[in-house]
Ligand binder design. Structure first.
Ligand code: ZN
Length: 383
């Protein structure tokens, strides 16, 4: 993650980049901010900035080897710790496997749910109804790994997310190293509840307050990431109260934006509005990969619902309201089972190419032509 990917917060970014440039970044930092803030994104962007081989005054380059590794959080000198639950007897037998899965989930959480909260993380790992903590064993592991020399002769960074979950014993184990980390080592602690931390931890760290977003920052973020149009973004940002997590949830629930997108797209293909389809392809390319995937995923769902409707399994349809009408109309008048299966396959293929770094605009245009042909071929048959 780069600073540019975090909306607004200019003052915080400036404070951090200046500190790096002037070589006086504190070695133990505590990032705290309300839910839905960039309290997790900010330390990751800072670490990326520290490692970047071509950083500018404002940001990391996003291109160099270090930036690419940091984008996937696989930089060998970037370590992280997060709350966990105790392993069951069964899990202990394959502890390495369980651990690898948790680490992969955390990387996924940092990259795809950067504004998520601890509940989202619990849900991701199926930790419901279990007691989370960062154990003294984990704290000792931190000390051990920091004692090793760095892989690439660069900084060693230890990010502790959910630092309020450190139990007392674990906190005490870390006090000394937090007070005086070895040269070239940075601690980046992250919490949304600084008032729950022990004063001994608070007194040893420099606090970086990552404030909630302004309405305008959220609005721009929603529009630029292709989540919704300006009007919806404005309404949502006013209610979200600085919380991007809440804003994202609202956008997804207020109306299913993706289905509307897919519906409009199909309509354009159905009436063969080529220039508008190309405009849409242009727009599509400017959105992020997650959104692009979700559009294709929605297309697959539409195809699946058409299949269900044709098979008279309407009780299994998940779409409601206008979206349901769209599915029923297209199933009744346009696409039969074979066509719907073909459509399903096409979307599946498109996701495959997208995941392998295919050109989003080309994939989208190709897929549009497939949809256009399918709609033309079958609509004629029905007529
Ligand atoms: Zn770079």
């Amino acid at each position: 993650m780069q600073f540019a990917q975090i909306p607004g917060l200019k003052e915080t970014k400036e404070r951090l980049t200046k500190a790096v440039q002037q070589n006086h970044l504190a070695h133990s930092l505590l990032f705290h901010g309300p839910e839905g803030s960039a309290s997790l994104g900010m330390p990751i962007a800072l670490a990326t900035y520290l490692y970047c081989e071509n950083r500018t005054e404002e940001d990391s380059c996003g291109q160099c080897g270090s930036c690419q590794r940091m984008a996937k959080l696989v930089m060998p000198d970037f370590n992280f710790v997060f709350p966990r639950v105790s392993l069951t007897k069964e899990e202990e037998k394959k502890a390495d496997e369980v651990n690898a899965k948790l680490v992969a989930n955390f990387r996924d959480f940092c990259t795809h749910q950067t504004y998520g909260n601890i509940q989202d993380f619990i849900h991701l790992n199926h930790f419901e109804k279990k007691k989370l903590n960062i154990s003294v064993g984990a704290a000792r592991e931190v000390i051990r790994s920091l004692a090793l020399s760095s892989f690439e002769g660069s900084y060693k960074i230890m990010m502790i997310w959910g630092v309020e979950y450190l139990n007392i014993e674990a906190s005490n184990a870390l006090l000394k190293i937090l007070e005086e980390p070895q040269p070239g080592t940075f601690f980046m602690l992250v919490t949304s509840q600084p008032d729950q931390l022990l004063t001994t931890i608070l007194s040893r760290t420099q606090k970086i307050n990552v404030r909630g977003f302004t309405d305008e920052e959220i609005q721009n973020f929603l529009v630029e990431s292709g989540k919704c149009d300006e009007q919806v973004a404005k309404q949502v940002s006013m209610i979200a109260d600085g919380n991007i997590r809440a804003a994202l949830r609202m956008v997804d629930q207020v109306e299913d934006r993706q289905v509307i997108w897919v519906r409009d797209w199909f309509r354009l293909c159905g009436i063969r509005r080529f220039s508008e389809i190309f405009d849409l392809a242009e727009k599509f390319q400017k959105t992020d990969l997650d959104f692009q995937r979700s559009i294709f995923q929605t297309g697959m769902n539409v195809a699946r619902e058409i299949l269900l409707h044709n098979a008279q399994l309407d009780q299994m349809l998940r779409t409601q309201g206008e979206d349901r009408d769209f599915v029923e109309k297209i199933a009744t008048h346009v696409l039969d089972e074979d066509a719907a299966s073909e459509l399903y396959e096409k979307f599946n293929e498109a996701i495959y190419h997208l995941d392998r770094n295919g050109n989003a605009k080309l994939i989208f245009t190709d897929l549009s032509m497939d949809i256009l042909l399918l709609l033309a071929r079958y609509a004629k048959k029905a007529a």
